[in-house]
Design a protein around this ligand. Structure first.
Ligand code: NAP
Length: 642
């Protein structure tokens, strides 16, 4: 796999160009052409429509799309004929114009963020602009990174760029984290592949719009290889405990390694252990008595041949949603046990390959890939006008379990209509598959029709009575039925609110992290906890992005910028440790809690891992812009530095 492959010259004749442009995402194309030519008249007002960010092709009419393609064809043909060199990134004036066309007039604050995104292929505006050799060449400063998944590899790369010595400890035998562990049938991303990657290590040849697990895992392996990270990773090594030694100004890590237990010391620790990797099995009487095979979706037993067998899948969350349609072609009979129905967001191209023309545009047209990525990202950048607005509770509406605002109700209607259109042959399913909680209270899944079609198969049954017991033969439900099955798949999710478990973490004055959290993990910016100096979390508490308006890669890139700035601060001041101030941490978390309480997932009475024990520990309730602004630089006054 090649990262940031060099662009090829535009060499196609007009007819070929025209054919390629049929596969273009037109709003991204218009922004690209405006950038390449400097001519903002491409950004026609009539190409915009209300709510366009969430509609295919930005909600543009067929005619507007045709006209836009024709004008883009003329512009690209001119650039080809003139053999125009690749232009520089857009200046602020052009950026301002394009951004406000895409996202509305109130976008001034976005301009520096978008400038980072629209950088030439192969450049890395978020890379640390300093090196340890310049700041503190003789200082003994080593970082331990826990986890070699998406966030851990990123932290490792950033530290490597800054010349800071580091070691990564990974419990698995390879990189990839959740993408290494989850190998269930049908596993793929539900955030667009062109967004679900590191901004500075992009690919122009993603095979699908939403790639399968093997492709995502290969990306991480190639990334680790390309950036020389493998040699820094200790595989099969679990960090069991971390203890802060105030006198030495260092963390002592207790490791379980293939060679036995060890300890090691680092001046700073990065926890990049992820949120969704400790399986949660249902607490149902008799679960251990089942005589057949049973396993969790994240621990798929590939030794089981499911052909022709009666299989139960418990759960209808994001994993089950991908597993069930895939299994139905193999199993003899499939029973799907649903506690609550998921909302589905129409995404006709969910399983489609990237069309040839679009791929050609990525490979040949300067900045098309960047503007396309920006376009995918745009719904999550702002609150007003973005996807987030749909989840905000309007107290005057008034909110109910049907909807939390007029906009939220509009979304309910649109999604319900799309689902009902798929149920014309099975109207009796309607009352079981249309959710009874507000849209956005739980993750909304990408829908290309496969889920409801699968539930309508004769060899698939949707069971909605509660599970009361598991017996040696199968699953008993509240109506007294015993459903005999050969295999049970638990697609019942993860212990999402139990951050950093099962590790023990002991900070200043013997403070235990999990006792301190008492089941309610909190951190400042998702990274720092008072009393735990020089401990930085990536993808920590309240950094989960809701609604596919962006990608978790982005949040980790922001947190990694913050982390490296903190390391810079320690090295340049000669300080030993940074401990976030309690009042700063508390005020920040009060603000986060207030945001989460006023989102659909905070408001609903429905059971959701987005909120456990009355508080959301995973979710970020604000825009990506807000997180980016807060993580650009460490503010030393917010820390006790000593
Ligand atoms: P999940 O979303 O938490 O779903 C768990 C499912 O199990 C829910 O339907 C839940 O019902 C059900 N359940 C739990 N306990 C049960 C019980 N005792 N009886 C009956 N049903 C029970 O877990 P997941 O599907 O593994 O997904 C977790 C997260 O991983 C996702 O939200 C997403 O962030 C990530 N993920 C992403 C992708 C992707 O496409 N990129 C794929 C898979 C997972 P209730 O809804 O009623 O609680």
């Amino acid at each position: 796999m090649t990262f940031n492959p060099p662009l090829r010259p535009i060499d196609a004749d007009d007819d070929t160009l025209r054919a390629h442009l049929r596969d273009a995402e037109v709003p991204a194309l218009l922004m690209t052409v405006a950038h390449l030519t400097g001519d903002t008249s491409f950004l026609r007002d009539d190409a915009r429509s209300n709510g366009w960010l969430l509609r295919p092709q930005g909600g543009m009419s067929e005619q507007a799309q045709e006209e836009a393609r024709a004008s883009a064809l003329a512009a690209l043909a001119r650039l080809r004929d003139e053999r125009a060199p690749q232009p520089p990134p857009p200046d602020d004036r052009l950026l301002r114009r394009i951004t406000s066309w895409a996202l509305g007039p109130d976008t001034e604050a976005l301009v520096p963020l978008v400038a980072e995104e629209i950088a030439p292929y192969g450049t890395d505006p978020k890379a640390p602009a300093w090196h340890k050799d310049e700041l503190a060449p003789d200082r003994d400063f080593h970082v331990s990174v826990i986890g070699a998944g998406m966030s851990g590899l990123l932290a490792a790369h950033r530290l490597s760029q800054a010349g800071v010595p580091f070691t990564v400890y990974e419990k698995n035998d390879d990189v990839g984290g959740t993408w290494f562990e989850n190998t269930y049938p049908g596993c793929r991303v539900d955030v667009a592949s062109h967004l679900y990657n590191y901004s500075f290590a992009s690919r122009s040849d993603w095979p699908d719009h939403f790639c399968t697990q093997d492709v995502v895992l290969a990306y991480f392996r190639d990334f680790a290889k390309h950036y020389g990270l493998y040699e820094h990773i200790r595989f099969g090594t679990e960090v069991r405990g971390a203890v802060w030694d105030e006198e030495r100004g260092a963390w002592r890590l207790e490791l379980g390694t293939p060679e036995g237990d060890r300890t090691t010391e680092s001046q700073l620790v990065v926890s990049a252990v992820g949120q969704l990797n400790r399986p949660k099995l249902p607490d149902v009487r008799g679960r251990d008595t089942f005589a057949g095979a049973s396993f969790h979706s994240a621990e798929w037993d590939h030794g089981q041949d499911l052909k022709g067998r009666r299989v139960a899948v418990v759960g209808t969350g994001a994993s089950a949603y991908q597993i069930v349609p895939e299994l139905a072609d193999t199993t003899g009979e499939l029973l799907v046990f649903q506690r609550s129905a998921p909302w589905l967001r129409p995404t006709p191209h969910y399983h489609d390959p990237v069309p040839e023309g679009m791929r050609w545009l990525f490979e040949h047209v300067p900045y098309y890939a960047q503007w396309y990525r920006f376009w995918l990202f745009a719904p999550g950048l702002l609150q007003e006008g973005g996807i987030l607005q749909g989840w905000v509770v309007d107290p005057d509406y008034p909110p109910t379990e049907r909807a939390v605002s007029a906009l939220n109700d509009q979304l309910r209607k649109a999604l319900t209509e799309a689902m009902e259109a798929q149920l014309t042959d099975a109207p009796e399913l309607r009352r079981h598959v249309i959710p009874d909680y507000p849209v956005g209270s739980k993750r909304v899944f990408r829908d290309n029709g496969r889920w409801l079609a699968t539930l309508q198969r004769d060899d698939v049954a949707l069971v909605t009575d509660a599970i009361t017991e598991i017996t040696p033969r199968g699953i008993v439900t509240a109506d007294g039925t015993e459903h005999d099955v050969d295999v049970i798949v638990y697609a019942t999710g993860f212990q999402a609110s139990r951050f950093l478990t099962p590790m023990t973490v002991t900070g200043r004055d013997g403070r235990d992290l999990h006792e301190h959290w008492d089941g309610q993990p909190r951190a400042y910016l998702g990274t720092n906890v008072p009393g735990f100096p020089n401990l930085f979390c990536l993808y920590g508490p309240n950094t989960n992005l809701v609604g596919q308006g962006g990608s978790i890669f982005y949040f980790s890139e922001c947190a990694a910028t913050y982390l490296t700035d903190a390391v810079r601060h320690l090295l340049s001041t000669g300080a030993t440790a940074m401990d976030v101030r309690e009042d700063v941490h508390d005020a920040y978390n009060a603000w986060v809690d207030e945001g989460n309480a006023n989102r659909a997932w905070g408001w609903t009475k429905a059971d959701t891992w987005y909120r456990e024990g009355g508080r959301s520990a995973p979710n970020w309730p604000y825009s990506a812009l807000e997180y980016w602004q807060r993580t650009r630089h460490v503010k030393p006054e917010e820390y006790e530095t000593y």
